[in-house]
Design a protein around this ligand. Structure first.
Ligand code: AMP
Length: 272
């Protein structure tokens, strides 16, 4: 992979990278199209990165359909699908990792303490392996996107980070590979994330700016609407990811995670 990337670089070809864990859906493909629009060579990496999963998480149950993924990639004009094995990516005695110390503390970092170290390390490795000029990530993983931008800034990676909006199912559920693990009943309840976020937007439109009251409103709704448990609902400054108590003029990222028996789902919205 690196040899090929070095050749492209010497030839002056613009390389766009789309990192994924596979089981592709329209959300991933929308990122491929963003990469395609700006690159001569599009690389899609397909790697279920073990270091970003905690011990009790769903690494073993992460869905996969390589044949279908490759067909999607071909149809979208992806030039290279980079599909390394875990033992090719990590030396057995690997001892250097990328750790971020501020933006990674809250939100998903609270319930998944080693998650972002795994994400940033693998993204740094993918940048070094694929040598992209640009890389595309989804707003679906809002905290991840902000952390990657921070890593690129703080470690001077010569990679432009492009983001794509959240792609949703017709009923509003954010597309996710993990949705396929949901039972029928859970799939019905999964809409509570989107509904909660839209209720917050509505309440804000009607003048409610107090985060405590907005959170109480959503907690009450969730108690009635789902058996899933709220992992977190946070209102944070969109740039610093510091919690806010009151919505003022600066953009506020509202991010949430709900744990269902078969999958943990996330969603978010930025209040501007
Ligand atoms: P994953 O395969 O879940 O690790 O996701 C790979 C990339 O696709 C990440 O940058 C995600 O943020 C992005 N992504 C996943 N789901 C969506 C979606 N519904 N809309 C837009 N981007 C997404």
């Amino acid at each position: 992979m690196q040899d090929m990337a070095l050749t492209w670089r010497r030839q002056g070809q613009i390389v766009g990278l789309v990192p994924t864990m596979g089981f592709l859906h329209e959300g991933h493909l929308s990122l491929v199209r963003l990469a395609r629009a700006q690159s001569k060579v599009v690389v899609l990496s397909l790697f279920v990165n073990p270091t970003q999963f905690g011990a009790n998480e769903d690494l073993d149950r992460y869905p996969s359909n390589i044949e279908r993924d490759l067909a999607y990639c071909e149809a979208e004009g992806v030039d290279v699908v980079f599909m390394p094995k875990a033992d090719e990516v990590y030396a057995e005695d690997a001892s250097v990792f990328v750790q971020e110390q501020k933006l990674s503390q809250g939100l998903c970092g609270m319930s998944r303490p080693i998650h972002f170290q795994g994400v940033l390390t693998v993204v740094a490795k993918l940048f070094n392996l694929c040598l992209p000029d640009l890389a595309v990530f989804g707003e679906k993983d809002a905290q991840q996107l902000r952390l990657i931008r921070r890593m690129v800034r703080d470690l001077n990676f010569p990679v432009e980070i492009i983001s794509g909006p959240i792609v949703r199912e017709e009923d509003g559920l954010a597309m996710s590979s993990r949705n396929s693990n949901l039972s029928e009943a859970e799939r019905g309840e999964a809409l509570v994330l989107r509904k909660s976020l839209l209720a917050i937007v509505d309440a804000k439109t009607f003048g409610e700016r107090n985060v405590k009251r907005l959170r109480a409103m959503v907690e009450e709704f969730l108690r009635e609407a789902t058996l899933g448990t709220l992992d977190y609902l946070e209102f944070v400054d969109d740039e610093t990811l510091e919690p806010v108590g009151h919505i003022e003029d600066r953009p506020v990222l509202v991010a949430m995670a709900v744990q269902f028996p078969s999958a943990r789902l996330i969603d978010n919205i930025v209040l501007t």
